[in-house]
Design a protein around this ligand. Structure first.
Ligand SMILES: Nc1ncnc2c1ncn2[C@@H]1O[C@H](COP(=O)(O)OP(=O)(O)OP(=O)(O)O)[C@@H](O)[C@H]1O
Ligand SMILES: O=C(O)c1ccc[n+]([C@@H]2O[C@H](COP(=O)([O-])O)[C@@H](O)[C@H]2O)c1
Length: 191
């Protein structure tokens, strides 16, 4: 069965930190593809500075630019908001019965995992590949049979950093792909 890694995020905007993880997971693990799932609204985040989901999806598509093994997904646009990961996983499993879905997350997410809707069901029915984030180790999840810890390289930048830099009229060249930067410049967003 084809193993697909699902990397969920607001991608507001997508940056090279996200892209390095997607590339690593798609090419250096047993996954055959990684889907970048654009979440309209993360249940644990405020909506204030969130760009509309279509612009965020477009930036993801510009960033991956038809790269092999990496795709963008708008599946959550059609599901109830805020976007609960378990609902999306169940929906995808029904829609693509021949694919095996693996959840990709950073070790920082493990700290709040118990606050996620139906996290026990996520861990009962799905495998999770975790990449390291500085300051967050495996903790209580180190020996969990459904969780695999990967050695993805670290790149400590965030979308918040990029949004603040743009607001301050600082250059964010190299932090995100040029095509995404052009899109942000042309649309005049995050200012
Ligand atoms: N530099 C990075 N390295 C590894 N993981 C990252 C990095 N930046 C974000 N992530 C992870 O990618 C996933 C999606 O991220 P998200 O779209 O929320 O981006 P973010 O940069 O954390 O955004 P924000 O700064 O707006 O909170 C999250 O699980 C987040 O922890
Ligand atoms: O399902 C949940 O309860 C849940 C709680 C928090 C976060 N998530 C999802 O996890 C993804 C990454 O979250 P974050 O906070 O690291 O940006 C994001 O796409 C959210 O939709 C999901």
């Amino acid at each position: 069965m084809q193993k697909i890694g699902l990397f969920f995020g607001s991608f507001n905007p997508i940056h090279i930190g996200h892209l390095i993880i997607a590339n690593y997971m798609a090419n250096y693990t047993d996954l055959s593809e990684v889907w970048l799932v654009v979440s309209p609204h993360n249940p644990l985040k405020r909506k204030d500075s969130l760009l509309n989901m279509y612009d965020r999806l477009e930036m993801v598509n510009l960033a991956i630019d038809n790269t092999d093994r990496i795709r963008a997904s708008d599946i959550e646009f059609r599901l109830t908001q805020p976007s609960y990961t378990i609902d999306t996983l169940v929906h995808l499993k029904e829609r693509y019965p021949t694919k095996d879905f693996v959840l990709i997350m950073g070790s920082d997410n493990l700290v709040t995992l118990k606050k996620w809707k139906n996290y026990e069901i996520i861990l009962r029915d799905f495998f999770v590949y975790v990449y390291p984030r500085p300051g967050y180790d495996a903790g209580e999840w180190a020996e969990h049979p459904r969780i695999t810890f990967t050695e993805t390289p670290l790149m400590e930048i965030s979308s918040t950093f990029i949004r603040n830099a743009i607001k301050d009229h600082k250059s964010v060249k190299y932090f995100l792909p040029d095509k995404v930067l052009d899109f942000i410049d042309k649309k005049g967003v995050y200012l």
